[in-house]
Design a protein around this ligand. Structure first.
Ligand SMILES: Cc1ncc(COP(=O)(O)O)c(C=O)c1O
Length: 392
């Protein structure tokens, strides 16, 4: 019996693969520093945990509306108004099992076989495979490292064709941390006004942003794009809730209905108790966010300084998310490696530090380091990498 052909078109998630390998080494008694994780090393807030306990005590043990409980959908609507200045009806938003599931549902709902999906690179590993699973053809447009990995309007325009059905935007970005300013977003919006397909804004890192003042949302800057834009977000990163698996989308009713139809034939609703927790996270006090972001910022500064001091490695200081994406071409010769994946493996074997090669992010000249781990671990891991490289 054969596995379906479409399974050969996609790869296992590179980031999850590194995390699995690090866990495997740890289980074998090998001490490894993990720089691979794409999740905050903070706890879900107490009042959010309490909302989940209350949900259990209340007996939320049953199916909910496929698109989410009224409580969660109203919390999403209120959040979009409060944080993003965007107005949606409850029927225009829905919850799914994580931001990844939200993005998957959107791609399935809007991409037809043969449609092009424009993906700025370096990109988050899953966009490409999700587009392929929908029958789409990823069209990758590379943003320049010298421009801080921010796509220019000209680059965006050059990637659009008659076949483009969907444009992916992600700021702050995984893996580069690139964070578009309002001016940069407005310039992209000008190009998008001439294009007639769908747009996704993947906002999962919106609050992990280090500039003065969070840039306004693309749709707040260009409301005329609203009828063609799907806003995708999640409680995972902002609220340290990766394991709860709640993501959400806002967009035109016809797309939300199509996504809910698909979800009704696949996962049904996300877990009722996690929905109660997510509603509490979105609508409750937000005061634990600023200290977390301040801590990430401290670590970003530390990691960038340390990396830039290593001969052969250079890093653009990113404006958001909790990743840095150093260029490692200057150490390939010394380490006998040829690309980011090869170097990541060599670092894991020799320095016992787990990080992710850039190949699956569309950029083999780089590796991705997550600094969502303690200062102590960062120091230890960077010492090990530096020590190994300087001994070669
Ligand atoms: C850019 C980006 N979008 C979406 C997600 C999905 O996150 P989740 O499914 O945990 O909500 C991630 C997770 O790493 C991400 O980095």
């Amino acid at each position: 019996m054969k596995i379906a052909q479409r399974m050969s078109l996609i790869k296992p998630s590179a980031t999850l693969a590194v995390t699995a390998k690090v866990l495997e080494m740890k289980a074998a008694g090998i001490e490894v520093v993990g720089f691979g994780a794409g999740e905050p090393d903070f706890h879900t807030w107490k009042h959010v945990q309490e909302a989940a306990h209350a949900s259990i005590r209340r007996g939320d043990f049953y199916y909910t509306n496929v698109a989410g409980t009224p409580e969660l959908r109203e919390a999403i609507v209120a959040k979009l108004r409060r944080d993003n200045g965007l107005d949606y009806e409850t029927a225009e938003v829905m919850a799914s099992c994580g931001g990844k599931h939200t993005l998957y549902n959107i791609m399935q709902a809007v991409v037809d076989p043969g449609d092009e999906v424009l993906i700025p690179a370096p990109y988050w590993v899953s966009y490409r495979d999700m587009a392929v699973l929908a029958g789409g053809e990823p069209r990758v447009v590379m943003a320049a490292e010298s421009a801080g990995f921010v796509l220019t309007p000209e680059q965006l325009r050059s990637g659009l064709s008659k076949k483009t059905k969907l444009v992916m935007l992600n700021s702050p970005s995984n893996p580069t941390g690139a964070t578009y300013s309002e001016e940069q977003l407005a310039a992209l919006a000008e190009v998008l006004k001439d294009y007639t397909g769908w747009i996704i804004t993947d906002d999962v890192y919106e609050f992990i942003c280090y500039g003065t003042g969070r840039p306004r949302h693309l749709l707040a800057l260009a409301p005329e794009l609203r009828d063609r834009t799907l806003v995708a977000n999640s409680v995972s990163k902002t609220y340290a809730m990766t394991g709860w698996r709640i993501g959400y989308a806002a967009g035109p009713l016809e797309v939300i209905k199509a996504m809910a139809k698909l979800q009704g034939q696949s996962t049904t609703n996300p877990t009722a108790i996690a929905q109660a927790a997510a509603a509490a996270a979105l609508s409750g006090a937000q005061d634990e966010l600023a200290p977390m972001v301040a801590e990430f910022r401290r670590r970003r500064d530390y990691v960038c300084e340390r990396l830039n001091a290593i001969d052969g490695i250079s890093v653009v200081v990113p404006g958001g998310a909790f990743y840095v994406f150093p260029n490692v071409t200057g150490v390939f010769e010394r380490t006998g490696t040829r690309d980011g994946d090869g170097l990541a493996l060599a670092i894991l074997e020799n320095a016992k530090v787990g990080l992710v090669g850039g190949n699956d992010f569309g950029s083999p000249d780089h590796v991705r380091i997550s600094y969502a781990t303690s200062m102590e671990q960062l120091e230890k891991g960077l010492n090990a990498i530096e020590g190994w490289l300087s001994g070669l």
